[in-house]
Design a protein around this ligand. Structure first.
Ligand code: NAD
Length: 229
């Protein structure tokens, strides 16, 4: 069977959860990467059975998540983590959550993966029009929503089996004006789409790994509700 790592699952309402279910239904083993500040509530909800109904697969069995890895995809390695984040009590309780460390842990636990799903985005100023977006907000959107895919690929490819596949989720606001999708998120999705072409060329040639992105329709996930969609 195939092993999949789905980055960006913290509840049962988003695309990451739905993709994990489809992969599980197709027989894949599921590992997930959960944003550190959301880890406790996600793990305790899983444990308490809050997601049991959402875990039901077409054959009636429940999706098993083999392991949940804490992750923050805006940090590549421990040296990148600022002191205030390191000591923040939501982060201090977990370890090995930078991209490099997550991949090292997956390698240690399982050796390799076949499928990588990037289902995460963040734009701290998403509710502001682009014209009112700060440099900080813009760069933060690109860091969390676009470079995070480059970083995940860079670190995961060495432990991906040839013929493996990766995918991210983009949004039509990259090519058309969608008022309300601000803070540089439209820019971040445009970068993600362009990067997908370049990364597909590079990873395909060098490593026989596929790189794709799907432009998803509107879904009332936690992220979408936060911007009033
Ligand atoms: P979601 O809230 O379920 O997923 C986003 C996840 O990203 C959350 O679990 C959040 O904890 C995580 N995250 C945020 N910052 C992170 C970081 N620094 N490191 C690790 N994880 C981090 O919402 P969703 O709408 O399912 O989003 C998944 C993907 O789908 C995103 O790329 C989003 O842009 C895309 N998308 C969503 C819609 C929609 O309408 N919901 C439409 C098109 C594309």
């Amino acid at each position: 069977g195939k092993r999949a790592f789905v980055a960006g699952v913290a509840d049962d309402n988003g695309y990451g959860w739905a993709i994990a279910k489809s992969l599980a239904a197709a027989g894949a083993e599921i590992l997930v990467g959960t944003w550190v500040p959301a880890l406790n509530i996600f793990e305790s909800s899983l444990r308490r059975g809050k997601f049991d109904e959402s875990r039901i697969l077409p054959d009636g069995s429940l999706m098993e998540i083999t392991k949940v890895y804490p992750m923050d995809a805006i940090y590549d390695s421990p040296e990148d983590v600022p002191e205030d984040v390191k000591t923040n009590k939501r982060y201090a309780g977990s370890t090995n959550w930078t991209v490099q460390e997550v991949v090292e842990s997956v390698k240690k636990d399982f050796g390799s993966i076949d499928i990588l799903v990037h289902s995460l985005a963040n734009g701290p100023e998403v509710t502001k029009p682009l014209l009112e977006t700060s440099r900080y907000g813009y760069l933060a959107a690109v860091s969390a929503s676009s470079y995070s895919y480059v970083s995940l690929l860079k670190h995961f490819i060495p432990i991906m089996n040839p013929g493996g596949a990766t995918i991210s989720l983009t949004y039509i606001a990259s090519e058309r004006i969608i008022p309300g999708y601000g803070g540089g998120m439209s820019s971040a999705k445009a970068a993600l789409e362009s990067d997908t072409r370049v990364l597909a060329f590079e990873a395909g040639r060098k490593h026989q790994i596929r790189v794709n992105t799907i432009s998803a329709g509107p879904l009332r996930s936690r992220a979408a509700k936060a911007i009033g969609f």
